[in-house]
Every structure is written in C-alpha cells, then in structure tokens.
Design a protein around this ligand. Sequence first.
Ligand SMILES: Nc1ncnc2c1ncn2[C@@H]1O[C@H](COP(=O)(O)OP(=O)(O)OP(=O)(O)O)[C@@H](O)[C@H]1O
Length: 281
Amino acid sequence: MANSASAPGPVTPGGHRTGTERGAGTRPAATTAGPVLRLRDLGWSVRGVPIVQEVSCTVHEGEFVAFIGPNGAGKTSLFNLVSGICPASAGTVELDGADITGAGVHARARRGLGRTFQTSSLWAGMTVADHVRLAAQAAEGPRASYRLWRRADRYRRQVADTLERTELAHRADTLAGALSHGEKRKLELAVLLVGDPRVILLDEPMAGVSAEEVPALTALIRSVHRDLGRTVLMVEHHMDVLLELADRLAVMHHGTLLALDTPAAVMADPTVQEAYLGEAL
Ligand SMILES: Nc1ncnc2c1ncn2[C@@H]1O[C@H](COP(=O)(O)OP(=O)(O)OP(=O)(O)O)[C@@H](O)[C@H]1O
C-alpha cells in the first residue's frame, strides 16, 4: 500500500466516519470536518539511519486515529516529530493549515497540540490537585503567577472540574506516588486536559495499567474524544481497546506508514498481515 492516506469517509457531527476510502490515488470522500493535522513526507534520521520515513497522512477534526505496529516500528518517534520533541529531517507538519514543522514543543502546545508519554511523567511527592493546578498555571504562560493570584477561584473551579471529569476528585489530596497505574494515567490525562488541547497524542496510555483498570481508562479516553470532541491520535498495543475507540488504524512498519484505514479494512489487508506475520493482530 502507498505510504500516504487521507480521511476515509464522511464525518458525522460527533466526528465519526461512515465510509471508507483507501490510500493515495483515491478521491477523498466529502467530510463535514476539515483537516486539523497534516503530515507530508515526514522523516527523521539519526546519524544517517532512517527511523521515520516519508509519512504522509491527514487527520480530520474530531477523528480518532490509533497507531499500531511492531516494537521499534517508529510510532513514538512519529509522535515525537508531531509534538516537536524531535526536529524533522524531512517533510512538514501542519496544524490547522499552518506549517509548524519548525515550532518548538511549547509553541505547538499553545496552538492546541498536547501529548502524554509512554513512561509516567508525574512527581511522586506532589498531590493530584497540585499537578493539575501547576499544569493550569503553565498553560497560562509567563504571566501565570499574577493571573493565578487574580483568578484563584477560577483556577480552583478549573482544577475541580478537570479532576471530576477524570474521576480523580476523591484523590485530589493524594500524592501521585500513591496512585495506582490506572489513576496515574488518568492524572496524566487531567494534566493534559486542563491545558485545553484540541489535538491529543496519547502514547501507550494502557502501559503498566492492570487489566481491571483498562475498561475505566478506555471509557475515559472515549469520553475525551466523543463528549469533549477532541481529535485523538493514540499509540497502543491493546487491540481490543483500539477497536473500541478508533475511527481509523494507522499501521507503522520499519518507520513507514504501511496502512491507514478503517479497523476492518486494516485487519483484512494482506500487506498488514504479512508485516505482522507470526504475530496476532
Ligand atoms: N534517539 C534515538 N537515537 C537512535 N535511535 C533511536 C532513537 N529513538 C528511537 N530510536 C530507534 O528508532 C526505532 C523506532 O523507535 P520507536 O520508539 O519510535 O518505536 P515504537 O514503534 O514506538 O516502539 P515500541 O512499540 O516498542 O514503543 C527503534 O529501533 C529505536 O531503537
């Protein structure tokens, strides 16, 4: 399959697609939501070794695209390129039609792009509420301290609302280090959401989470996507979770985008099956 793809079908008001269209060379179906993120021939090499190669795709407002692929396929590296953690060696990243390829992490965050990481990025000795308060303050920029003082009530409400939405209100005064893995993932989401990003990149949010906690975390991510209407890109290995959440599956293999289509079409794709030879999809 060509290493390029666009939206597969019309988008309902909730952002969910109703049809399918595949790969480069096919005519994109009409959509009611415009493109929010566009990658063109995106690449990253380290000392001449290509890690991500010629990845092109378009993600539409309100869409949920899940990235799968074998270990080392380049999924996290692609997220690093999109979020600005790694500078692209080739190609471009566009957000809302603006070229942000040269923009840093904070500039991209200010434009509405947020991400979580595969490994936990919390402070064990800081409370749940303080994590969210600090993130709210950071999202305000350099004049945050003064604004925080002036708008203490608003911040209190914002933190309380975010903890309520992420089902952590009862853990507000708990130290992050005392949370379960699932709760830590929820807190990472809370820290992200308080900054009000429109496009959210989640890197393996189920990593380390116990089987009992997976359904609640899945439901929370679904509500962020559907109820809050956020555009979500997610790397995840739990196929059952992906099939429940994703409008489209993107398959990475050896740094390239091997396929991007509806889950059913991707699962039936012989190229994808060949790439996963011997591995359960
Ligand atoms: N900074 C770096 N320098 C050199 N090689 C790197 C660097 N970062 C990643 N790689 C290599 O790039 C390849 C892709 O790594 P990446 O973490 O993006 O894969 P992945 O698909 O996210 O894997 P996983 O599912 O195991 O998290 C791997 O071979 C990795 O060793």
